[in-house]
Design a protein around this ligand. Structure first.
Ligand code: SF4
Length: 459
């Protein structure tokens, strides 16, 4: 539900004029760019692999019902239990029931994408469960108690100084700005939490239909460690995670990690969960398959392709809008270009139509997307679907009436001369243009006039 007290435009403006945020964002963006070219260079024919991935995912949409049912059958054969959840409430309720039925209290969680989507953490805490993060980023986010800390910690490319500040504030003692020591300190805390856990809750990267496997990637190894400690593993995954075959993983899995810096230092780890007996007799495995509006996105002819997303994160890291306003302003675990497409579709409310404007059409997201999703087109489709047709008697209406009228023919475009055009533009854009940029100024001669003069074509 949209938080009515949250003024998106106001908060965005505040964030966009925050120079500390801007500098951090630029540092992170430039740091990330090196991985973009390195990632593509790992392939002898990147474009071919990209289109293979696109075809695998899009073909699967044609018989998704069957793929899901086959996956369920095979997952059960492997010893797991499947719960179908239509929405967030059903998913949360079923997880609480599993925890109560098995008398579980101490939970560790990781891969929070869907966990955050259904707001599971807050519900479990309210109900008295002990829930701990074993993903370092999420752990630090939880430690960051206020907005200043959150902004400090919001960057994937955190400095050791950022981390030492958060830890010092939280634990009320000085932490040296020393990355290995800080990492060791956090790692010891997480390992202690894992050692007393009875349950692990995670998301998933892929659900493989033809053998019922669940694929979970991570960079830190705490999921693998938790799987050997906890007696119960609850996986929560969106229905779009199902892929047809085990063989498809050879294409999709490397592409999902294509820009991952962890690949360079060999710290990327994959757990493939396909036989419950791997964990011993006591271990129980549950999978909550979540719809939560996805079926309706599947019904959209064009926008459904956003569900082929591999969650590599690249489009979010290169999007100028996401970088400028920061991911913390998106009211959903989906942020960046994917969120811009998904949030209005899933919520189907005009309250979310402002997301349709969060795109400059720069196309960087499409360039980097390893599965070739035409994000710009999809955002444009959403604009057509969700943006209300404005009356021309509003400022924007008048502006667009003026522009379209002027653009109808050359004569109209030059009518009144440059002084008149500048006056009209100032009148129409007024305060909506903002105080931080100047309204563009028409040149004395239009290009057409200049060209005619240059070529002696004036009448
Ligand atoms: S849509 Fe974005 S996050 Fe998803 S695969 Fe493409 S680039 Fe990666």
């Amino acid at each position: 539900m949209v938080d009515k007290s949250f003024d998106f435009a106001k908060e965005s403006e505040k964030m966009a004029s925050d120079s500390v945020h801007y500098q951090k964002m630029m540092d992170e963006y430039l740091y990330y760019r090196q991985y973009l070219s390195a990632g593509k260079e790992r392939y002898s024919d990147y474009e071919l692999e990209r289109s293979r991935a696109f075809n695998i995912r899009n073909k699967a949409f044609k018989n998704y019902d069957k793929l899901l049912v086959d996956f369920e059958t095979n997952f059960i054969k492997n010893g797991g239990k499947v719960v179908w959840a239509c929405n967030a409430d059903e998913a949360v309720e079923s997880i609480v029931n599993i925890l109560n039925e098995n008398d579980l209290k101490n939970i560790v969680k990781s891969k929070d994408y869907v966990i955050n989507e259904i707001d599971l953490y807050n519900v479990l805490i309210d109900k008295g469960f002990n829930v701990e993060d074993i993903d370092i980023n999420e752990y630090l986010l939880k430690l960051a108690a206020d907005r200043v800390d959150l902004n400090l910690i919001n960057y994937d490319n955190k400095t050791s100084d950022d981390v030492s500040q958060i830890l010092s504030k939280k634990f009320k003692k000085d932490f040296a700005d020393d990355a290995p020591l800080l990492l060791k300190y956090i790692s010891d805390i997480l390992k202690d939490k894992i050692s007393v856990s009875d349950t692990i809750i995670t998301g998933a990267d892929f659900l493989v239909s033809d053998n019922g496997s669940v694929v979970i990637g991570e960079n830190e190894g705490y999921i693998i460690e938790s799987l050997s400690q906890a007696n119960v593993h609850i996986i929560i995954a969106g229905i779009e995670k199902v892929i047809p075959s085990w063989n498809d993983l050879s294409v999709l899995l490397p592409l999902s990690k294509i820009y991952d810096d962890a690949i360079d230092n060999c710290s990327s780890m994959i757990s493939i969960i396909n036989n419950n007996s791997d964990y011993g007799k006591k271990h129980k495995l549950y999978l909550v398959l979540l719809d939560n509006g996805r079926s309706e996105v599947f019904a959209e002819e064009k926008q459904k392709t956003v569900l082929t997303c591999l969650h590599c994160g690249a489009c979010q890291k290169v999007c100028p809008i996401t970088n400028i306003i920061s991911k913390s302003l998106y009211e959903n675990s989906n942020y960046g270009p994917v969120g811009t497409v998904l949030i209005p579709l899933i919520n189907k409310s005009e309250d979310y139509s402002h997301y349709c404007n969060l795109c400059t059409s720069c196309g960087q997201c499409e360039d980097v997307c390893p599965i070739n999703i035409s994000l710009r087109d999809l955002i444009f489709c959403n604009r057509l679907k969700f943006t209300k047709k404005e009356s021309i008697f509003t400022k924007d209406g008048l502006l667009y009436y003026f522009i379209s009228n002027r653009l109808k023919n050359r004569k109209n475009m030059d009518k009144g001369g440059y002084k008149m055009k500048n006056k009209e533009l100032r009148l129409l854009l007024g305060k909506t243009w903002g105080v931080k940029r100047e309204i563009p100024v028409f040149a004395e001669n239009s290009f057409s006039q200049y060209w005619k003069k240059l070529n002696g074509l004036e009448k």
